[in-house]
Ligand binder design. Structure first.
Ligand SMILES: NC(=O)c1ccc[n+]([C@@H]2O[C@H](COP(=O)([O-])OP(=O)(O)OC[C@H]3O[C@@H](n4cnc5c(N)ncnc54)[C@H](OP(=O)(O)O)[C@@H]3O)[C@@H](O)[C@H]2O)c1
Length: 251
């Protein structure tokens, strides 16, 4: 990270989706800023690679959010909390994408897309926001997408899932403000990660709309850290678009 420094010493966070892309960058930047990070994803090898960069700060746990029961979250969260203390917040980046055109779509894939971005997030927030795991004034960040704002053609499931994330965040923000907690979402445009790797050809036409070009994980990570920090203490229930000018477009 350049210019702006965050100080998260003695703070603990969960990053769900830490094995790859945006979640990995956020987990590494949090650790670099002094935080302890419970790094959740499915791919054990990639999680261990993230851990190897900050072995005393990053604690990997392999979990599939599609199958995770409350009890699975309970054991993961309580084990960490008994060792290091409660969490000051979390970032939920887990998500998958895939083509879903209304004229022909794979029902199972469309459901998995919604389940991963929306229901995985809801189940996780249900657990992490419990008093036994959450420090007062915790901050949560969820990942939506410009697809929620523009409606990506042929991607109704992904666009709908991300629209639902934004709406759920607004409602949850009202509920958890009682405990002084905050929650916001981030809607990135096209960022070069494992998710978008190899799909550039199909989107090349759309790249022309990016006033500032397409993004890198570090172009988004700083906003996630800012939202987790006390500097964002008056920001809740909002969606922040980070898209190099894509939604604005060139015309
Ligand atoms: N990249 C973009 O252009 C872009 C644009 C807009 C929005 N977003 C959103 O930003 C978020 C991060 O995207 P990304 O580009 O960083 O994607 P990515 O590189 O594919 O990373 C996705 C992460 O989600 C995890 N994940 C997926 N399904 C999971 C499951 N069932 N259980 C547990 N973990 C699961 C993956 O873990 P494993 O690999 O270990 O399974 C991985 O760590 C997503 O919500 C995405 O929709 C991305």
């Amino acid at each position: 990270m350049e210019d702006l420094e965050f100080h998260f010493e003695n703070k603990n966070f969960v990053v769900v989706g830490a094995s790859s892309g945006l979640g990995r960058r956020i987990a590494l930047d949090l650790a670099q800023s002094g935080a302890k990070v419970l790094a959740v994803g499915r791919n054990k090898q990639r999680l261990e690679a993230v851990e190897s960069e900050f072995p005393d700060k990053i604690f990997p746990v392999s979990l599939d959010v599609l199958n995770a029961e409350d009890g699975d979250w309970e054991s993961i969260l309580s084990e960490f909390v008994s060792e290091y203390g409660k969490f000051h917040g979390a970032v939920y980046t887990a998500g998958i994408t895939g083509v879903s055109a209304i004229r022909s779509y794979d029902k199972q894939l469309a459901k998995s897309i919604v389940d991963t971005s929306l229901w995985g997030m809801i189940n996780f927030l249900h657990m992490i926001s419990k008093k036994k795991y959450a420090e007062k004034k915790s901050s949560y960040v969820s990942f939506a997408s410009v697809a929620a704002h523009c409606g990506n053609k042929g991607f109704f499931a992904y666009s709908a899932a991300k629209g639902a994330v934004i709406s759920a965040v607004r409602s949850i923000a009202k509920e958890i403000s009682r405990e002084g907690h905050r929650i916001n979402s981030i809607s990135p445009g096209w960022v070069q990660t494992e998710m978008t790797d190899g799909a550039e050809g199909a989107q090349a036409e759309g790249f022309g709309r990016y006033l500032l070009g397409i993004g890198r994980p570090e172009d988004v990570s700083g906003m996630a850290l800012f939202l987790l920090s006390d500097a964002a203490r008056w920001i809740t229930g909002t969606d922040i678009v980070i898209d190099g000018g894509f939604v604005l477009g060139k015309h």
